[in-house]
Design a binder for this molecule. Sequence first.
Ligand code: SAM
Length: 220
Amino acid sequence: MRLRNVRGSRETIAADECVLHDPEEQRAQKGRWHELFGNDHPIHIEVGMGKGQFIMTLAQQNPDINYIGIEKYSSVLVRALEKYHTYEGDNIFFLRMDAEEIADVFDENEVDRIYLNFSDPWPKDRHAKRRLTSKEYWARYDRILCPEGRVIFKTDNRPLFDFSLEQVEVAGWQLDNYTFDLHHSEYAEGNVMTEYEERFTAKGNPICRLVAHRDPQKKG
Ligand code: SAM
């Protein structure tokens, strides 16, 4: 993703009550997310949220679900905040952090669903561990997801998708379903598009999607 530095974005984020940006403050929230939302609704997170169109659409559609958008860069997150402040719901928070630390911020079983949308491909083999669907990341998701939890991943990048299908197996997870052409599949109905999905769909790229869970014997 090409990044343009947005002047003042760090300060804007630091001043915004719906963002947790300080690592200590984030870690202090571990196991206490329901307290922050003030209810016991399920928690769904999007890792690598970008400008937030997807998660904010879901939040509006599902007021009884708590959403947390995770984004590494202030200059991207600040764009999501602009959208957020036109929305009147109170079921979203944002984390500015690297998802590598995710298991320090959420407790075991604290998350009910994880969305990964158009994650950075990191095409070089030596960077494979950085892909959000590498076995290292599945191990992190394993630590925070509740036993019936699901990870849902969409991309138009076929090599990354093939790698992800392999890594699901390597990590000992199981596929509920997958498709190489979401928009022309039985799973198309109700699909909420992300910014990148709109862009790649307009170019005619098919969108791949997988849904995975882990062996219920292993957890719970
Ligand atoms: N999900 C959005 C979409 O589909 O339109 C944005 C996709 S963009 C290609 C990937 C986003 O993930 C970028 O905003 C990037 O900064 C963020 N990202 C990549 N690696 C991350 C990580 N380790 N932790 C948090 N965010 C990350």
